[in-house]
Unconditional design. Structure first.
Length: 179
């Protein structure tokens, strides 16, 4: 378990899969992700088997939050993790989603990102952590800025969704600028 401010990250269990499937099939949640086809439990079970085969550092983690604050109950709300590691350059990309929409805009996403950065720099010994965010997802971009990510550039019209092309913003944090 990795603990942050009213958030914690734990290993994904098989029992979590139906929640993941429900969230990934929610158009509002998956709009910010690169999931555009309806998603089955069978596909998610296959993904789970593959996730278990990865080295522990590279596995997706389950996000739990404490909506009532310290001492309150922990609620499972989404997933996050590192991928595309380059151990020579010591860099990785990061991804996150909170599937329980009622907990959006309460700072939990920012707390999770800060926790992932701390884990990435202090435990995994990474030097550069990056992400991609769609330009039509200002909530996510703002949350990443608050966590310390800096805009590095834009991949123009790199995504097609809802009948239009959307730019994709590249953001990163270097160890030297991370506090
Ligand atoms: C993206 C996500 C992880 C952010 O987590 P969160 O807990 O909702 O975000 P936070 O509350 O930490 O921060 C959101 C910030 O965006 C701001 N915001 C929300 N809607 C906004 C909008 N339309 N325009 C500009 N800013 C907006 C909020 O006001 C807040 O900033 P503030 O604290 O300065 O007021 C979460 O919303 C999510 O999982 N969304 C669905 C999946 C997704 O898009 N994942 C990201 C893929 S790159």
């Amino acid at each position: 378990m990795i603990y942050g401010k009213n958030v914690r990250l734990r290993a994904v269990e098989k029992e979590d899969l139906p929640n993941f499937v429900a969230w990934l099939n929610d158009p509002e949640v998956r709009r910010g992700l690169s999931v555009h086809i309806p998603f089955s439990l069978t596909a998610e079970e296959k993904w789970f088997e593959e996730n278990e085969k990865k080295s522990p550092n590279e596995r997706t983690l389950a996000i739990e939050i404490q909506p009532e604050g310290q001492g309150g109950e922990w609620v499972f709300v989404g997933g996050c993790g590192f991928f595309d590691f380059d151990w020579q350059v010591r860099q990785a990309e990061i991804g996150i989603y909170i599937g329980e929409k009622k907990y959006w805009n309460q700072g939990f996403g920012t707390h999770v990102m800060r926790l992932l950065l701390k884990h990435g720099f202090e435990t995994l010994n990474l030097n550069r952590i990056s992400l991609r965010v769609h330009e039509d997802n200002p909530r996510a971009a703002r949350s990443y800025e608050k966590a310390g990510f800096i805009k590095e550039g834009v991949l123009r019209q790199a995504r097609f969704y809802g009948g239009e092309y959307i730019d994709v913003r590249l953001m990163s944090v270097l160890r030297s600028e991370w506090k």
